[in-house]
Ligand binder design. Structure first.
Ligand code: FAD
Ligand code: MG
Length: 363
């Protein structure tokens, strides 16, 4: 009993300072938490540039601004270096040199060999609707350049004759890489290289310790970690018929990439006909597709980039059939006022424009 009284007395004696201490401790804890969270993600560093024939916007978040600036500058240099290897518009790139010496073995970098090998795999997987050997056709039409024109049938037939992904040979000898194209063949990595560049840059930044970033390579979006607010990044899907920035819905993703192909951005009009920059490798003509846009969300941006282009060429019915066998790939196909999604996309895609109806692609 006495012990209890003594204790009570002591407790009474100490209650005021203890209360003050408790309040101070709580305030310090909250301040620490707020500081901790904001310090972790408080700074945003943005880098804008023009590479790969498109506008690039890189955003990184974190505590150390200097570190992030150095990282994004490094990313820009890396994009320039890779463009120098993969571009069909740079005369001494690996891609251009392979075309200039078609019919012969040409030494290329490990990066180009890896990209070429992946391209051939995806060309095979998509039945050649994605085909990196249509370089001569892309050049002939020049869509997206100031010299865009409708070529003659003979010109198209000639350019098409050299195409065909099955005719490409690759080999490695003593750590060196070589490619041989069929005579007259030219490569064009425009439908896959932005994805590969995004993958390489993302891996480098993540390896160096960047934990929160959004890399937008002309619509090829790659995210590292979760968004600065701690939740998933919300990546909007452009409305195909409305001005840029109007979305029909969004993907909510972390550590992933979201890539869209469509005819609404890059095209050329002649005599009232609109020709898009995506070609049907079976005809050598700009693809005529009933798809307005197709978006893939996948950790592998290289694959997502090439697959989008292939699905666009396939058209709605064939692309739905293709995706039916691949429910684990998150795909959104927009055709007319319908938005078709795979079971994987159902987990991360939200349709916001009620003028469209959502349909799940059955397995
Ligand atoms: P996607 O559907 O991903 O790709 C379409 C592009 O891929 C076409 O433009 C064509 O090049 C090619 N293609 C078309 N159909 C097919 C098919 N069926 N299978 C395979 N490939 C196909 N643009 C410029 O105007 N000037 C430049 O200097 C320039 N340099 C570039 C350098 C690099 C390394 C890369 C990757 C691209 C460059 N581009 C350039 C092109 C440009 O940035 C985009 O690739 C182009 O706008 C198409 O990209 P997309 O994502 O809209 O379409
Ligand atoms: Mg593509």
């Amino acid at each position: 009993m006495s012990v209890f009284i003594r204790f009570k007395k002591r407790a009474g004696e100490l209650s005021q300072p203890r209360a003050i201490f408790t309040v101070l401790f709580a305030v310090a804890l909250v301040a620490l938490l707020i500081f901790g969270v904001s310090a972790r993600r408080e700074k945003e560093v943005v880098s804008e540039s023009f590479h790969l024939g498109t506008y690039i916007n890189l955003r990184a978040y974190g505590r150390d601004k200097k570190f992030l600036e150095t990282e994004l500058n490094g990313a820009k240099s890396e994009m320039s270096r890779l463009e120098g290897l993969f571009s069909a518009n740079i005369a001494d790139s690996d891609i251009s040199r392979a075309g200039a010496s078609s019919g012969e073995w040409v030494e290329i970098s490990a990066e180009t060999a890896s990209l070429a090998a992946r391209s051939l795999e995806i060309a095979n997987m998509t039945g050649g609707t994605f085909d990196p050997t249509i370089g001569a056709i892309v050049k002939l039409w020049g869509i997206g350049t100031s010299s865009a024109r409708v070529p003659s049938r003979e010109e198209t037939a000639q350019a098409l004759a050299a195409a065909g992904w099955e005719k490409v040979s690759l080999c490695e000898e003593d750590g060196k890489y070589f490619i041989k194209l069929a005579h007259g063949q030219m490569l064009d990595m425009g439908a896959i290289a932005k994805g590969r560049v995004a993958d390489i840059v993302r891996a480098k930044l993540a390896d160096d310790g960047v934990t929160c970033a959004l890399l937008n390579l002309g619509g090829n979006v790659v995210v590292i970690g979760s968004a600065p607010n701690g939740g998933p990044w919300k990546i909007g899907i452009q409305h195909p018929d409305e001005p840029r920035g109007e979305y029909i819905g969004f993907f909510a993703v972390t550590d992933s990439s979201v890539v869209t192909s469509g005819a609404y951005e890059r095209y050329f009009e002649a005599d009232g006909v609109r020709y898009c920059h995506i070609f049907d490798p079976s005809t050598g003509l700009p693809a005529v597709s009933d798809i307005s846009s197709v978006t893939i969300a996948d950790a592998d941006s290289t694959f997502a980039d090439a697959l989008c282009t292939a699905l666009y060429v396939m058209g709605c019915a064939k692309s739905l059939e293709f995706m039916r066998a691949r429910p684990d790939i998150a795909a959104v196909v927009v055709s007319d006022k319908k938005v078709y999604i795979t079971p994987a996309a159902k987990k991360t895609f939200t349709l916001t424009d009620k003028n469209f109806t959502l349909e799940e692609i059955p397995q």
